[in-house]
Each structure stands twice: as C-alpha cells, then as structure tokens.
Ligand binder design. Structure first.
Ligand code: SAM
Length: 379
C-alpha cells in the first residue's frame, strides 16, 4: 500500500533546490531571530512559531479535552456558569487544580471565563454534546494515547498495540464474536454515523436507487438514514451475525421493517447477496488490508447488475495534499489497529478500476474530516 502511494523519485528541480536552500535558511537560529524582528517577515515568523508551539502542546490540549468530557463539564454547566470551588466539589478535584483545568479549557475555547471568575460553556464546549458520538469517541482515545506513549517504537512497529485488541472481532472476523464487544463497538459506530450519513446523502443521490445493499452496515444506522430520506429504495443490510442482528430494532423503530432486510454473513467467507442496484461501503475498507479489500470489491462487482453502482464513503488520505484529519489522525489510528489503512481517493479509485468498475468519480463532501466519497459503476 505504502509503496503504491509513493511518487516516483525525481531529479532535483529548481523548485527543490530552492526549497532545500530555504529549509537551511529557516533552520538557522540567526535567521529566525532576524525574521522575528524584520517588518516583512515578522508576521510569518510569529505564525510559524505559534503553529510549532501548537504542535508541541497538542497532546496536552487533547488531555484537557479528555478531562473536560470525563468530568462531564458540559452537563455540570448546562444550567449556567459556576464558581471554580463549586465545580471542584462536583468533580472531586482540588480547587486549585480545577482552576487550572478551567483556565486551560477557556484558553482552548471550551469554557468562557466571566469577570467574576466563574466559568461557563463557550461555543465549542456547548456544541460538543450535540455532535453524536463525539464524547464517546474522545473517551475511548485513552487506548490510542497509551499506544502512542513511545512514538518511535510505535512507528517502527516494535510495540503491541492495545487498540488492536480493543476492536478484536472486526479484523479477525473469522471466529464467533462476543455479543457484548460487538454491541459496544456497534453503538459507538452508530452514534457517529449521523454525520457520515448526512455528508454521504448530500453528496450522492440515492433517489433513483431501487435496492441498496449496505455491506458492513453495522446496526443499520446508514440504511435507516437512506430510508428516511428516500421512500422507494429497498434496504438490505449485510454484516457479521453478532452485529447485524442489532439492526432489527433500529429498522422497527424507524418504521422501515417492511422495506428492510438483513443478511448475516462475512464478506471474507461468503458471496454478497445479489439483487441490489447500489452497494454502499461506509467506513468499511479502511479497516482492512489491501488483499481483503480487493476480494471484497471483486465480490461487490459480482453481486451488482450491469450499470449497478458502488459508493465508498470513509475518511480518505489527502494523497498528494496530505490532510490533518485523514493523514495525521485516521492513518495513525488505523495503524494502531494494525490491519487498517487509510487510502487516498486515487488509491481507492485504482482498486475499483482493478475490480472492473468504470465511471469512477470522487464526490465532494463539505467535511472531508468526516468522510470522503468515491462512486463507480459496473460496466
Ligand atoms: C467501522 S464499522 C462501520 C459500520 C457502519 N458502516 C458505519 O459506518 O457506521 C465496520 C463494519 O464492518 C463490519 N465487518 C467487519 N468485518 C466484516 C466481515 N468480514 N463481513 C461483514 N461485515 C464485516 C463490522 O461488523 C462493522 O459493522
């Protein structure tokens, strides 16, 4: 995968020679000191300094966010601002430490400090509970942070990762699965599916679909969103038995049972059900190695009729234009899971092409940090 994404080595162009000279220059302490004083470079030097400092302190920022959620400050403050001593009592934190946490959270835009020293929610802090799945996602990051404790060993691949055990069934996916683990995982996925479905349904028109098969569809959150938006397509969910059974309640609650069908199976071992004119793969491919993805795309191709459509929706690497969300977060998360990998839209398009798909297109989304989309058709 990494090799396939590597650009071909090129000779040194004028641009590269200029970049090397610039890198040597900005790396010198005397240039930095001059640039911070010179009127034309002062602003840029300050911005670069701030950005570097943000990278240095990013881990601390994440931990402040974690504590903000773990102490449930949004709920503590939803009735209005409170004094630090009140919050300290409610959260069982010594007041002088609570003062530091509140001040830090205010600096990050989560809290707002009033003139009287009380703290209330700021816009970001108030918005957090309204983003489905975000608080749960933040809280389960303690596992990822432990995996990253020694980053050099992590990138060398010298360490076992806890995250690999945290979602065990997703990757092995061969033996029987524990229903409790499956439920924890599926609930987290379903909670965060709202925004993914919103972006996907904005970017791709399902109005003309007659029958949508959502492969790896979890407990049906995406299909339920399709069913609520469009009254005609039949909805068909395919997932592992321990997971798919959870979709019955969701379809019933959404009044979609008469249009919905569930097939339990594994895309590793079983063919995909036929009959759908649209197959969706939402946040599925990035969990798996290339070999698994190739087999899955071949099965999707086999299951579709001519002109049938495939929709891949998941966070994608920025490729030639690396993106923070996909390349600095999802890629590292997937690496900690050990079998997953974040692919660029170009890479996914190439794999779709290898499977025989044509008319491969990227559909733009407003929030690529939530999902990106590639669609294609069977010839
Ligand atoms: C990251 S979750 C995404 C769930 C859902 N599509 C969503 O976006 O909320 C990946 C899904 O793939 C399913 N999955 C993993 N391996 C599978 C397999 N071999 N066969 C069928 N489904 C599988 C998991 O059970 C899980 O529901």
């Amino acid at each position: 995968m990494a090799a396939a994404e590597d650009p071909a080595p090129a000779g040194k162009s004028i641009t590269e020679r200029f970049a090397a000279w610039r890198d040597r220059l900005v790396g010198s302490a005397s240039f930095q000191s001059w640039a911070a004083r010179f009127p034309l470079t002062r602003g840029m030097a300050r911005r670069d300094g701030q950005r570097l400092f943000d990278l240095v302190s990013g881990f601390t920022y994440s931990q402040i966010l974690y504590a903000f959620v773990a102490f449930d400050l949004p709920a503590q403050l939803n009735a209005g601002p409170r004094s630090v001593s009140d919050l300290a009592l409610r959260c069982a934190v010594p007041p002088e430490r609570m003062q530091i946490l509140c001040q830090a959270a205010a600096s990050l835009g989560l809290l707002r400090r009033r003139r009287d020293g009380c703290f209330g929610l700021a816009r970001l802090g108030a918005a957090l509970p309204g983003v489905p799945g975000l608080a749960q996602m933040i809280l389960h990051h303690d596992v990822l942070y432990r995996d990253l404790t020694d980053p050099t060993a992590f990138f060398r691949g010298d360490t076992e990762t806890e995250l690999a055990d945290f979602w065990p069934y997703v990757f092995g996916a061969t033996g029987p699965l524990d229903h409790g683990v499956a439920k924890t995982y599926s609930d987290l996925m379903a909670d965060s599916q709202g925004l993914v479905a919103e972006e996907t349904l904005k970017a791709v028109d399902f109005a003309s679909a007659r029958h949508v098969l959502d492969v790896g569809g979890g407990t049906g959150a995406f299909l339920a969103a399709v069913g609520k938006r469009h009254s005609t397509p039949r909805l068909h969910l395919f997932d592992l038995p321990a997971v798919a059974s959870g979709a019955n309640d969701r379809f019933a609650a959404a009044n979609l049972s008469d249009r919905a069908r569930i097939t339990q199976g594994s895309f590793r071992a079983d063919p995909l059900p036929e009959g759908a004119d649209t197959i969706t793969l939402v946040r599925v491919l990035y969990d798996h190695r290339d070999e698994t993805v190739r087999n899955l795309l071949a099965k999707a191709y086999a299951a579709l009729p001519p002109r049938g459509r495939i929709v891949v929706s998941e966070p994608m690497s920025g490729g030639a234009n690396p993106s923070r969300a996909a390349d600095a977060y999802f890629a590292v998360y997937c690496m900690a899971m050990r079998t997953g990998t974040v692919r660029s839209a170009d890479r996914i398009s190439a794999m779709l092409g290898e499977a025989g798909f044509v008319g491969i297109k990227e559909a733009r989304t407003d929030r690529p940090f939530i999902t990106s989309i590639v669609t294609a058709e069977k010839d």
